[in-house]
Design a protein around this ligand. Structure first.
Ligand code: ADP
Ligand code: MG
Length: 701
């Protein structure tokens, strides 16, 4: 029955009533007292002071004023586009501006009545004004005035116009807490509260809405975030366990001749420790009896390809076929060439299957895959066509996963009676927090070490007007026998102007680097695939020294002799793209360089991106910065199923807390998989409340 009070309809609260209640439901999905308490402040403001109009002298600063409103006027003819009014106290007056709710504005303010104004000042024509400030009738014993820290709440124009601005919401919160704070039930067991030093739930709700100081805010928000992340992690882990228990996988129990003889006789270099560790992790999966679903992260150049090959050999050792899919024809072709070179004279039958494989050869490949004589196939999307039938596909490797969706991954599953083990390789580093959430269903292995002897790429940010220096530098490098990429952005929305920029850049280069001394390749999305390949091949075979391109080269090409990457209009690229592009150089033993070219007009974000690139070569660090600049949903191609909505938790900013929570969740489930121990009863109860439909513990193995 305690719970019932918390579920009281908000319309019963004094001062709310059915009309406001309906609006709260519509605009904020707030129906009950508890729903309201779950509207957390997104910021706090020191409201201990009441200012005077004469003190308003700064842009973007919050002020709290008390005064009267007069002279309400509609501006703009024939249809008013805004309204203005004067706000006055005994020190002067200041303009108020409204763009919405103009219909009612004339009657909204009573003459001679005092209002409390709260809002940010803006500067306009050397005067200050307030645009859509919070306004409320002033009462001498207003509990919020003189109060130290006051929460600022989400609201909408509609709510504001109906007396539900942030101040009014703050008051409602106070009212509710006075009624029910003591009834808010605990959801986390005592042992967890103690171990993690969390305050009680009811105290947390009180302090988050009515803090006396910053420490209280911190304690409260940590507790509430912890709780939200914990249930989220419990759910993810449980889902993962369930999948694991359902999906039987092929068992690769033996390490046989293919793997061993490659390891002994064909390895061109010693593996790095990170490569060895990752192969061990994968072998554990393959022998476990569950289907592997693993994400292999490794920065560009970290050596994922050889790991892929060795894992494929394990499949062969156990009598299965393996395939490897790449996003572009160039990349698939390159993988095929790499495999060929690495395997040498080993008796392995493998083939390349792409859109341009000739019909006769294609038929032979299909045949070989179907009868099992073809052991490995490397290719593009052509691999997932229905015509491709495997006799016994045990392993699917997908390179550069951000180009493939989950759906394409699952295509392979239809090709066999059981889903094959899947290894997804990506050079796009996935920040920890995202790996733990969006990718909660994939196990993650990391190659966090580059092969020895690599010199970090030196990165410089230069401006348009440094072009002469850049040209001299390029000539120097070419004189040393090196090759150079010059990359232009190509964004769909502005494709035309982008193509013009590339064309002009190309022509300028032709003038600065004239034939026959110099030769330049050019490669962009509007070329036919065979022309693209031709231009690419000319560069790979060192027939040209410069490759002018759009981002088509972003993924995977390996030309170790290329030592300079010039990125034009670098500010138009996101951080992870810049990092991918830079990864095209620094693949050989020579010192490599990346030159970011921009004009002088850079946004603050743009500056941060350039600075980050110049400061670090670490893909993970870059991904973290990228995440804070862009938010989790945006990070390239990482959007998976279902957006995650949190009330107070923040997947972007709570990284360290999430790790801590995840560990606690793992411990809890290890110790008590179904959460049936008496001390964990609360968790189980709350889990049921939160995930009512999804609840089915019996599925946990
Ligand atoms: P990526 O992870 O970007 O796919 P690759 O697999 O293409 O990287 O490897 C990049 C380069 O590093 C290749 O030329 C490869 O031969 C080389 N390489 C990979 N592993 C090692 C190692 N352990 N020692 C030395 N060179 C290596
Ligand atoms: Mg690669």
């Amino acid at each position: 029955m305690e719970v019932n009070l918390l579920q009281t309809n908000i319309s019963y609260l004094k001062g709310v009533g059915p009309r406001k209640a309906e609006l709260l439901g519509k605009e904020l999905k707030v129906f009950t007292y508890m729903d309201m308490l779950n509207q957390f402040p997104f910021r706090y403001i020191d409201k201990s002071q009441v200012h005077k109009v004469s003190q308003v002298n700064d842009d973007l600063v919050y002020y709290q004023l008390i005064g009267t409103i007069s002279n309400v006027q509609l501006v703009g003819a024939p249809r008013a586009t805004r309204a203005t009014a004067r706000f006055s106290d005994d020190t002067g007056s200041i303009e108020l501006v409204f763009f919405k709710g103009l219909k009612w504005i004339k009657n909204r303010f009573k003459p001679g009545v005092k209002y409390v104004l709260f809002g940010k000042a803006s500067e306009f024509n050397h005067n200050f004004n307030f645009v859509h400030p919070d306004l409320e009738e002033y009462h001498p014993n207003d509990p919020l005035i003189g109060e130290g820290l006051q929460g600022v709440y989400n609201t909408t124009e509609k709510l504001k116009d109906n007396g539900l601005g942030t101040r009014q919401i703050a008051k409602i919160q106070r009212q509710i807490l006075q009624l029910v704070a003591n009834l808010i039930p605990e959801t986390l067991p005592q042992h967890l509260l103690q171990q993690e030093q969390l305050i009680a739930r009811k105290h947390a709700y009180y302090q988050i809405h009515l803090p006396s100081n910053n420490i209280e805010i911190m304690q409260a928000s940590r507790r509430l975030k912890y709780e939200e992340h914990l249930f989220f992690q419990l759910r993810l882990l449980r889902a993962k366990k369930r999948r694991e228990s359902l999906k039987q996988g092929y068992v690769f129990e033996s390490v046989g001749d293919y793997f061993n003889s490659f390891y002994k006789d064909h390895l061109p270099f010693p593996l790095t420790n990170a490569q060895k560790r990752v192969i061990r992790e994968i072998r554990m999966d393959l022998g476990s009896g569950h289907q592997m679903n693993r994400l292999l992260q490794g920065d560009v150049g970290s050596g994922k390809t050889i790991v892929a090959l060795m894992v494929m050999l394990l499949a062969l050792d156990n009598g299965y076929q393996a395939c490897m899919m790449a996003p572009t024809e160039i990349l698939a072709t390159q993988h095929y060439a790499t495999l060929k070179a690495l395997l040498g004279d080993m008796p392995v039958r493998f083939a390349l299957l792409t859109g341009s494989t000739k019909t006769k050869e294609r038929r032979e490949i299909y045949q070989g895959l179907e009868d099992g004589s073809m052991q490995i196939v490397v290719g593009t999307h052509a691999l997932i066509e229905d015509k491709v039938v495997f006799q016994k596909l045990g392993l699917a490797i997908i390179d550069e996963q951000h180009r493939f969706g989950v759906e394409q991954r699952s295509k392979f599953w239809e090709k066999t009676e059981r889903p094959p083990h899947t290894l997804v390789m990506t050079a796009t580093p996935i920040p920890r927090t995202l790996a733990m959430t969006q990718y909660g269903d994939l196990d993650v292995s990391k190659i966090d070490e580059l092969p020895p002897g690599r010199k970090p790429v030196q990165t410089y940010h230069l401006y348009d007007d440094d072009r002469y220096r850049i040209m001299l530098f390029m000539k120097q490098q070419i004189a040393k026998g090196r090759q150079i990429y010059v990359v232009y952005p190509l964004i769909k929305e502005s494709e035309k102007t982008d193509m013009i920029a590339l064309q002009e850049g190309y022509e300028a280069l032709l003038r600065d680097f004239p034939e026959p001394e110099y030769k330049i390749s050019v490669c962009h999305g509007q070329l036919k695939p065979e022309d693209k390949d031709f231009e690419m091949q000319r560069f790979i075979t060192k027939n040209t020294q410069i490759m002018v391109a759009t981002t088509v080269i972003e993924v995977g090409v390996n030309v170790p002799n290329a030592t300079v990457m010039v990125i034009e209009n670098a500010n138009r690229f996101g951080l992870s793209q810049l990092h991918q592009l830079r990864g095209r150089v620094g693949r050989g033993a020579d010192q490599s360089f990346c030159i970011l070219v921009t004009d002088h007009k850079l946004t603050p974000d743009g500056k941060t991106r350039m600075k980050t690139m110049c400061q670090t070569n670490d893909g993970f660090e870059i991904a973290e910065v990228d995440l804070t600049l862009r938010g989790p949903g945006e990070t390239s191609g990482l959007r998976q199923s279902g957006q995650i909505e949190m009330m107070i938790g923040d997947l972007q900013k709570d990284g360290p807390l999430i790790s801590q929570v995840r560990e606690a969740a793992l411990r809890l489930l290890n110790d008590d998989p179904k959460l049936i121990k008496p001390e964990n009863r609360m968790l189980r109860e709350q889990y049921k409340v939160l995930f009512a439909q999804a609840f089915d513990w019996s599925q946990i193995g």
